[in-house]
Design a protein around this ligand. Structure first.
Ligand SMILES: C[S@@+](CC[C@H](N)C(=O)[O-])C[C@H]1O[C@@H](n2cnc3c(N)ncnc32)[C@H](O)[C@@H]1O
Length: 304
């Protein structure tokens, strides 16, 4: 079922690229609008083209899609409760060995950047939540023999404070600051330092609409970064079925986290959607690589 949907998506994307008529943009607002339009067109085409059992799958997939805001992003929830939620997500991440897996995905790129530049690799993580990925990366990069300068960022102040406290307590060099992931441009204006080599976003892309993801990629390139890396969950009905019960089990039945897991699985992007967003945002990128990371993840690497 999913296979036919993927084939339809790939054929649509190949046709769009062969026609060489993806919209060009001048401003971030134009880019965001183009990304929303293109993703909408891809989804409508997928529904119209799916036949037989796959047609049922495509309709279920479309029905499952939601724009509901996760509890974690609701300002009606106190900062303390939101930070408690990202800490619980961290415990889930640790249990399912997410950090070594994410680090293994990043390792070739980090090593390559260091080999080319001969200096510490500057990495900025957007929407870093608890910040624990960077703390793990700090330890691992030392083992790889690659010097790194790690900066995490999140829109929620209390996450940033908690991550900085953890970093200091563990003697880590990673630092965290408040940053709206859509505002990378103005953040860098104030920076005297060199640009970041790699801009990273992990397990958070589904929190943003297509236009916002396109802006992040374009702003990363404009800021002088050499690569943008995104890791998120693999879209599919299977994921929607297993993720909420597993989160329920691991979190001891934390209602808001289970709700967010259910919303998360329904908001994940299809692989071809992520590629289309990247091609729109960075039409002159050197490489755009979409890699399934079985069993349940996908990564997108855009090298500028
Ligand atoms: C699912 S959590 C992922 C956290 C972390 N990356 C992880 O894997 O554990 C999503 C994060 O996105 C952050 N977020 C949501 N909107 C944001 C924005 N506009 N700018 C920066 N961070 C944002 C939330 O505060 C939250 O920490």
């Amino acid at each position: 079922m999913r296979l036919q949907q993927r084939r339809i998506d790939r054929a649509w994307l190949a046709d769009r690229l062969a026609a060489d008529d993806l919209p060009r943009w001048q401003t971030m607002a134009e880019l965001a609008a183009a990304a929303e339009r293109e993703i909408d067109a891809m989804r409508r085409h997928r529904l119209a083209a799916a036949r037989g059992v796959a047609g049922v799958g495509a309709r279920l997939d479309a029905l499952a899609r939601t724009e509901t805001t996760e509890w974690m992003d609701r300002e009606t929830l106190s900062p303390a409760e939101r930070t408690d939620m990202v800490q619980r997500l961290h415990r889930f991440n640790r249990l399912v060995l997410s950090y070594p897996r994410f680090a293994a995905m990043l390792r070739p790129l980090v090593k390559e950047r260091h080999r080319r530049s001969g200096r510490p690799v500057r990495l900025l993580e957007l929407a870093s939540g608890s910040g624990e990925l960077l703390l793990a990366l700090d330890r691992l990069a030392e083992r790889w023999g690659v010097p790194v300068e790690l900066t995490g960022s999140d829109i929620v102040d209390s996450h940033v404070r908690a991550a900085n406290t953890q970093a200091r307590a563990g003697g880590h060099r990673a630092r965290f600051r408040r940053l709206d992931a859509l505002d990378l441009g103005s953040h860098l204006e104030g920076e005297a330092a060199e640009p970041y080599d790699i801009v990273l976003i992990v397990q958070a892309a589904h929190h943003f609409p297509a236009g916002a993801l396109a802006i992040m990629i374009a702003q990363a390139q404009l800021s002088g970064a050499r690569a943008f890396v995104l890791v998120d969950g693999l879209r599919g009905l299977r994921t929607a079925l297993w993720l909420p019960p597993v989160v329920a089990l691991v979190s001891g039945g934390h209602g808001k986290l289970v709700h967010d897991a259910w919303i998360t699985a329904r908001r994940f992007y299809a692989n071809a959607e992520l590629e289309l967003i990247a091609r729109l945002a960075a039409p002159d990128a050197q490489t755009i690589a979409l890699r399934p990371r079985p069993p349940a993840l996908v990564s997108l690497t855009v090298e500028f």
